[in-house]
Design a protein around this ligand. Structure first.
Ligand code: NI
Length: 192
């Protein structure tokens, strides 16, 4: 997820200081890539290969100025999400096999953006607070209570694991406009 200016922590330049030579930036799928609609499979084992993917996803997220990234977005169809909503970009969270065990009835409209839908921000209604059960990168199960930006981000990223992109909450008219805009941006990028 990309936070719009109104919600965003101060992201600075990027998270370059986090990077190490062992990590790699992963290509991010861009809407309406059909692979974004793949339903993710549960992670069977939290091992070094998975931790490597987590490290690469965090580097990719920081590099792109995002506050959340789902494995789906980098074409790995596993129930895995990384998030960092901290101002200093130094509190990475890894959610493996996340399940929402409680969501508040109270909802709020928040402006959201997404690394897979560059340049587009729009309002989505989400529960204001959630409880999520997930494993961390050591395979330890824990329950996270979230509100504010973290709650929004968790719901946004978990939608990706279901194959859902936030623009699918918007009207058909808006989605058509977004697809036209992204297609135009792609054509312009090819020309330069
Ligand atoms: Ni997203």
């Amino acid at each position: 997820m990309l936070a719009p200016a109104s919600m965003a922590p101060d992201l600075g330049d990027n998270g370059g200081s986090f990077a190490s030579p062992d990590m790699a930036l992963l290509p991010i799928l861009v809407y309406p890539d059909p692979r974004l609609h793949t339903v993710a499979q549960p992670v069977a084992q939290v091992d070094d290969a998975l931790r490597r993917l987590v490290a690469d996803m965090l580097e990719t997220m920081y590099d792109a100025g995002g506050i959340g990234l789902a494995a789906t977005q980098v074409d790995h169809h596993l129930r895995l999400v990384v998030i960092d909503v901290s101002e200093d970009r130094d509190q990475p969270m890894t959610l493996i096999n996340p399940e929402i065990v409680w969501a508040s009835e109270s909802k709020k409209l928040n402006e959201e953006g997404c690394l897979s839908v560059p340049g587009i921000y729009d309002g989505v209604e989400r529960s204001t607070a959630v409880k999520v059960r997930a494993q961390d990168d050591q395979g330890q199960e824990r329950v996270i209570e979230a509100d504010g930006l973290l709650a929004v981000c968790i719901q946004h990223e978990m939608d990706h694991l279901k194959g859902k992109v936030f623009v699918e909450y918007l009207s058909l008219l808006k989605r058509t406009r977004i697809q036209t805009k992204l297609a135009k941006a792609r054509r312009e990028a090819l020309r330069t």
